[in-house]
Ligand binder design. Structure first.
Ligand code: 48F
Length: 261
């Protein structure tokens, strides 16, 4: 039996890793922004892989507000909650509360049911550009426990037409690109102190492309563009995820049409 269990895991696990080593879109981070983007992109027929460093989904959703198990979403983001069948309760002033566990479970189920592949325990540690001018070609990744061990182990490559940085406060992928590919001219301006009503709008407005093939969504947008952060309100993250899916879909469609013409 042990042999059969091991072989089933190895055969099907390796098949998945092989299949998803060449995709349309890599999304780095399975927080609210990454999972939302994954669903709307997969739904439009793109081959999407989400790499998440932890062994769980949800990023910053789980702790609610300072460990009190509720988060807040504003009216504008209710259509996204309805798409994912997430329940919400009015809290007055156009604000609604949502249960973190329900939001995590349903965002993840929505992304996976739409066809996105989510792989947990993967740390993305490089983003690759090719060509002149440089354009995203893919990412390098390594299993998180190996990365945490500090041992030098060479990572593996995933080829992608687009990479979305949804890594949260540190904008890790954009930071790597800024540091290692200076010719892109990316300048990280750093997240500013909290001002929820302003940042919830700005984060969605600034969601978009930072270099050819490289995109940013979620709170990472604040680090890149020097915007104020927000409190435990998540509508902006959901709307940012939906917006980046629209932008990447439009760009990939235009590129595919240009190749055909
Ligand atoms: O931090 P996270 O939830 O980012 P988000 O989707 O949402 C931000 C909110 O949670 C909250 C907020 C809104 O009020 O301010 O902070 O923008 O999810 C980011 C995910 O990316 C993973 C990380 O473990 C987390 O689950 N991640 C970060 N760096 C890497 C990564 C990496 N290098 N490789 C793989 N995953």
């Amino acid at each position: 039996m042990e042999l059969k269990i091991g072989r089933a895991i190895i055969r099907h696990g390796m098949e998945d890793l092989y299949e998803y080593s060449d995709v349309d879109v890599v999304i780095v981070g399975a927080g609210p922004a990454g999972l939302t983007a994954a669903r709307y992109l997969a739904e439009r027929g793109h081959k999407v892989v989400v790499y998440e460093r932890r062994l769980s989904f949800g990023g910053g959703i789980g702790p609610g507000g300072n460990m009190i198990p509720k988060i807040v979403v504003q009216e504008e983001a209710l259509p996204v909650l309805r798409d994912f069948r997430v329940r919400y309760k009015p809290a007055g002033d156009g604000l609604y509360t949502v249960e973190p566990a329900e939001l995590i479970a349903k965002l993840a189920a929505g992304a996976i049911d739409a066809g996105a592949k989510v792989i947990l325990g993967v740390h993305v540690d490089d983003v690759i550009f090719r060509g002149d001018p440089p354009r995203v070609a893919g990412v390098l990744w390594i299993w998180t426990p190996i990365q945490m061990s500090g041992m030098h182990v060479d990572p593996l490559y995933t080829q992608a037409k687009a990479v979305i940085d949804a890594t949260g406060h540190d904008a890790e992928v954009v930071s790597i690109a800024a540091r290692k590919v200076p010719e892109l001219g990316i300048e990280l301006r750093g997240e500013k102190s909290a001002w929820s009503e302003v940042s919830e709008k700005l984060v969605v407005e600034h969601t978009g492309r930072v270099a050819p093939g490289l995109y940013v969504a979620g709170i990472a947008v604040c680090a890149v563009f020097g915007l104020p952060r927000m409190g435990p309100i998540f509508g902006g993250m959901l709307l940012s995820g939906r917006r980046i899916a629209e932008i990447v879909h439009k760009d990939l469609t235009a590129e595919a049409n240009a190749i055909r013409a």
